[in-house]
Design a protein around this ligand. Structure first.
Ligand SMILES: [Zn+2]
Length: 167
């Protein structure tokens, strides 16, 4: 009898056209965001039941259990699904480098993009000194709502970028 992913979990997955869901991998104790990989139902089933992270390789079209060739295994500590089911968060204990380039995380390897740093107090041109307490509270509420809109936009947009894989 073949093992399958728990149907209550499978029903919550919102897969892309290739049947995959993005999985963000995070070091469980430091919070480091290590890498992003892709999972289909079987890769997720293995990840949830074997204590090691398994991805689906889009380039090689095969399962790859992280660390089997590199030695840089990921030992599963927890796994979560996001609100709308199109992304997974896997918290792990990462052995050595998560990135195939040899850096601890794929984002160190990719590098900083030099984003303009935003500041909550400057978003509408009104600093904390120019408004009374009521006004400041109102601004805070508006900014929180804007943040929720941005979060929604992020959810709609993520999952489209290609990811270098590390066996
Ligand atoms: Zn990488």
């Amino acid at each position: 009898m073949p093992e399958v992913l728990d149907p209550t979990i499978s029903a919550r997955l919102k897969r892309d056209d290739a049947g995959l869901v993005a999985a963000v991998v995070q070091q469980h104790d430091t919070g480091e965001v290590l890498m992003v990989g892709w999972m289909d139902d079987e890769a997720l089933r293995r990840t949830l039941t074997e204590g090691r992270v398994t991805f689906w390789s889009r380039s090689r079209k095969e399962y790859w259990r992280k660390g089997d060739t590199s030695g840089h295994a990921q030992y599963v500590k927890a796994a979560s699904i996001d609100c709308d089911g199109d992304a997974l968060l896997v918290q792990v204990d990462q052995v050595g480098a998560a990135c195939h380039t040899g850096t601890r995380t794929c984002f160190e390897a990719g590098g900083d993009l030099g984003a303009v740093v935003g500041d909550r107090a400057q978003q509408d041109g009104a600093g904390p000194d120019s408004a009374g307490p009521d006004r400041a509270q109102q601004d805070r509420a508006q900014q929180d709502r804007a943040g929720q809109d941005r979060a929604q936009q992020d959810r709609n947009e993520h999952g489209n970028q290609q990811n270098e894989e590390n066996r």
